[in-house]
Structure formats: structure tokens, C-alpha cells
Write a protein that binds this ligand. Sequence first.
Ligand SMILES: [Zn+2]
Length: 381
Amino acid sequence: MSETYDLLVTGGTVLNPAAGLRQQLDVGVKDGRVAALQAKLPRAEAKRVIEVPGCYVTPGLIDFHVHSFWGVNPYGCELDSLCMSTGVTTAIDAGSSGPINFKGFQKLVYEPSKTRMIAFVALAQHGVLNDPGELEDLRFADPNAAAATVGEFPNVGVGIKVRLHKKGVGVNGREALRLAIHAGEASKSPVMVHVGNTGIPMSEIAATLRPGDVITHCYTPQKPSIIDEQGRLLPEVRKAKERGVIFDVGHAGGHFDFNLVQRAMGEGIIPDVISSDLHGRLSQPGFGVVGDLPTVLTKFLPMGLSFDEIIANCTINAARAVGWQDRIGSLEVGREADIAVLQILDDPVTLRDSVGAEKLHKQRIAAKWTIRAGEVFQGRG
Ligand SMILES: [Zn+2]
């Protein structure tokens, strides 16, 4: 006799912000999909049972900003096993490939990875580069091809990426932004814009972005930041937030400043999406001050976000930001079984930012299990 479920996750609290659900429920998985979500499922009907008392069972986490084009792009790193040990079932590469090599990203990263590795397509035809930067010569910008690529790869491409960092675009920031918006319009997809050390004012960038476009590194201390020299939030940034521009953390090595986060959040600039921006140029092993996505999420506990808000950020909010809310970011019967089993451990942790500040917090968020399309991976804890 074959069992009703391949897997039963039992005894945990299901937290699914997409549906406003927070309740003790069992999750039954069959053929890689969520088959049942009920108070008590019969364990005799499951091939494998995982007991998770005291844990939160959430949709698989989405790391909205990473660099996964390993061995090809200068920022690429091997992230599949890290994702599978940290609750991350979907990771979104931020422009490591462009229209001329996006097929390579699909073949070399998307297809072989356990993690659902999807990507923003760079405006620059070959993806982001280190030195020289990818758009120091604007002839490398190809907005029409970048837009076409998003359309040609509907299961991999999610939007357009442009870095306005002076190292990326030299003096071409204004034109690069204009071309990226053009590509976003042509592909009907969001544009993710890197801020931090830009040659054009933050007010101009914020005023240019459309609802749904993404400011990544939104709390960067690198000038110009969203807070001016007098410590005030730029009015254009407030207006961008009000009209639905998405604020993504994009931590990386240099883009997280506890003081700035606190000040910005006090002015209403709450993150929409919390992401790691893990990449291959961070000090390794251990990825420096970033650590991993659960560590970045933990940093928002002392900043005043609730655990539920944090989980919304890296599940349904991230999914909506790329228009994938019908595919990922929610734990529902019939969906692919992408699940994170998380704990809030009473385990004091020293949290570090990019400017040398430290915060001791009494708890940390940790992954106990990652389940990707029904396949189970042990969390690193
Ligand atoms: Zn990045």
C-alpha cells in the first residue's frame, strides 16, 4: 500500500503571511507538492515524518539579491548548498548575466541547482563586471535585448538590473538609469537599481523610479544615501515609498548601517524585502558581516520588526516584487512544497554592520530544515 504522504511535517506553527495564517498545523507533502494543511494528519499515512515542535513552518525563503553565476561572473559564488541549509528555496541573482549570456545562466546555474535560482537580467549585455565596470562604456548597454531576454526566459528572468555605482557606470549613471527604465517598460518588469556611491543624486534616482521598481542597498551608508547630511530623509525617497517603489536591503559587505536603518525606519522607510547580496568578493569563508540570510533577518529583530513581518519580507513580499506571487512565497495546498522550518533560538548573538558597529541581541533566527519541492535538507542551525 502506498502512503498518502511522502513527508509529514508535524507539531510546528505554520506561519504564512501571504494568507495571514499563524496556527499550529501539520503539513503533508506528496509528489513534491503541498497535499494537506491540517491540524492533525495521521502519521501512519506518511513515508517520512519530521517533528518540529517549537518551530515555525514558513514558505521557503526567497533571497531577493544574490550573485550565483559561479565561475563565470566576477561576483559569482557557489550558493546552492548554503541556500539549502538556510531555508532559502529561491535565490534571485542580481544581474550577473545579461542578454548575451543569460542562456548560460540558465544552463549552468538554474538547471543544475536544487535552489530555484532565478535572475534579474543586466542592462549590460554581459552582466555586471568588477573593474572596469560593466557600463563605463555605454555601448555595452542593450536595453532592447535585455527586455527581450526577460520575455524569452519566463521561468528564469524576473526583471532588469542596473548598477549606478560609479565603479559600474563611471559618469554614465543618468543615461544608464534612463536605458534601464526603458528596458523595464519594454519587458513590463521591475528594474532593480543599485544605489550607493552613485554619481547622480539619490533624490533624482528616487524620483525617476516607477511603482514596483526596486532600490537595492536601500540602507547603504555609501553616499549619497537616503538620509541627507543633516540626518533627514530625502523627500523624494519618501514619495517613492508612498507610490510603491520597493525597498530592498541588499546587505553585502558595505550596505548596512544600524544607525541609518534605525533613522530611516523611524521615518517610515520600512524594508519591503530583506536580502543578503551574498557574492564572491566578500571575505570568505563565512561571507564576512553578511553571514547568511537568517543572520541578516536576525538584524531586523533589534530594529523593531516582528518575526512575522520579517518572514513576510522574504516570502510573499519578495514574490510579489517580481510578480511571482502565484508561484512562490506562500504555503498552500497544491503549490510546490518549498518550505522553511525556522527557529527563534534564545542564543545571544553579536550582530555586525558595515561600518563597524555591533549589536548584541538575545535571540537569533536559525534554519532547522529546508524543503525544496518536497526534498528535505538539514539546516545549518
Ligand atoms: Zn549585488
